[in-house]
Design a protein around this ligand. Structure first.
Ligand code: PHE
Length: 383
């Protein structure tokens, strides 16, 4: 149907108002249907362009697009209603175009959904196998790792743990341990004083300078056999440097029974050294002096770095010093209420920092008390 020379100036849903040379005409249904088809196609084309360029930032925006185009009240559904009025012979062409639009819109919106989901999972990165509240575990302090090792070794040889106060009286730290009243260890320069009784030094309250005070307390209250180790913190008035600190950790041991000899001490010390530093470790005892033991010795182990050949670590001697030991002085036994004619015993004392340095080559003693997690993290696998 040729519509020339009419010009369409207005179209309604089922009616088109046309004008012929300014003369208004009602074109009626037929013209309206033709017009409907062209309008529809144009609208479809426009929507096709629109939907193929759709973008959305999130799921809500995608849902808004779905509502706008595909829902019951959406634009494409509205076109379906208009489609009913298209002339029968045009229905096929318009119908195909309309289908294309519907498919394109559906595909595009699904595509947007997929993109949005992958983006979301990528940013969320949920790992369902992880624990709900991952708590980063710390590590044992290196001194505790080594203390536990030492305690473990002596426990297997029958020693039990004994504990005592860190704030002690002079009686247990010095007097019962056979220190003479004027012994320099009592000097203000060496020992931290909490309460100073110059009239009677044994009443002084001090920070213990060794855990021998625990041995004194155990001997006071227990009759032999005694087989104890006393781990604990001790204090000495030293300038703080890489090699000295005002506190450190000790483990002292005491064994008292009938017929205990220096040979027993030597064998137990050898067992300890080999358990701690390896089966090939040798020990060497050098004569020394302590007020509470007689005879006394300093014990060295063969250098575990060079195997005794001599290196920078052992100052080319092949030996490194690790502890002090000796046979308990009869004066100590008597001062603590043990009959020295019946019983004898040995004692030893070692510094946990010293053993830890030997085992892990910690170059600066201060690192042990700085709480630097970078240092502490070095021991995650050790303990
Ligand atoms: N009490 C000594 C010290 O602190 C160590 C030690 C204990 C030495 C027992 C010999 C015997 O240095």
């Amino acid at each position: 149907m040729n519509l020339e020379p009419y010009t369409f100036v207005f179209t309604g849903k089922n009616i088109t108002f046309a004008q012929n040379n300014g003369e208004a005409l009602w074109w009626g249904i037929a013209a309206d249907k033709i017009e409907q088809k062209d309008m529809l196609l144009e609208k479809i084309e426009q929507l096709l362009r629109e939907v193929s360029e759709l973008t959305a930032a999130n799921a809500e925006e995608i849902e808004a697009l779905r509502l706008k185009y595909l829902s019951k009240k959406g634009e494409i559904t509205a076109l379906m209603a208009d489609f009913r009025d298209v002339a029968a012979d045009q229905k096929k062409a318009v119908g195909m175009k309309l289908n294309e639009l519907k498919q394109t819109a559906t595909r595009k919106i699904n595509e947007l959904k997929e993109q949005c989901e992958t983006a979301e999972t990528a940013t969320d990165d949920i790992d369902l196998t992880r624990t709900a509240y991952p708590t980063p575990l710390g590590t044992r302090h290196p001194l505790n790792i080594v203390r536990n090792r030492i305690v473990d070794i002596f426990s297997r040889m029958g020693f039990t743990l004994a504990d005592g106060p860190e704030v002690e009286d002079d009686l247990h730290v010095f007097t019962k341990m056979n220190f003479a009243p004027d012994h320099p260890a009592r000097d203000m320069q060496d020992t931290f004083f909490v309460d100073n009784h110059s009239a009677d030094v044994t009443k002084n309250i001090i920070l213990r300078s060794h855990t021998s005070s625990v041995q004194a307390r155990v001997m006071e209250t227990t009759q032999p056999p005694i087989r104890i180790i006393c781990p604990g913190r001790v204090y000495r008035n030293e300038a703080i440097t890489a090699r000295a600190h005002c506190f450190f950790h000790q483990i002292e041991g005491l064994y008292i029974d009938r017929n205990v000899s220096f040979a027993d001490l030597k064998q137990v010390m050898l067992m300890f050294a080999q358990e701690m530093f390896g089966a090939e470790t040798k020990i060497r005892l050098r004569p020394s002096y302590f007020p509470f033991t007689e005879p006394s010795a300093e014990m060295d182990i063969s250098c575990h770095i060079c195997g005794g050949k001599g290196c920078g670590f052992c100052k080319h001697t092949g030996w490194v010093e690790i502890l002090g030991c000796g046979m308990v002085d009869p004066n100590v036994l008597e001062a603590c209420g043990i009959d020295s004619k019946v019983y004898s015993g040995y004692a030893f004392g070692l510094g946990v920092e010293r053993i830890t340095n030997l085992k892990y080559q910690v170059s600066d003693l201060r690192m042990f008390s700085e709480n630097d997690v970078r240092f502490l993290d070095e021991f995650v696998s050790a303990g």
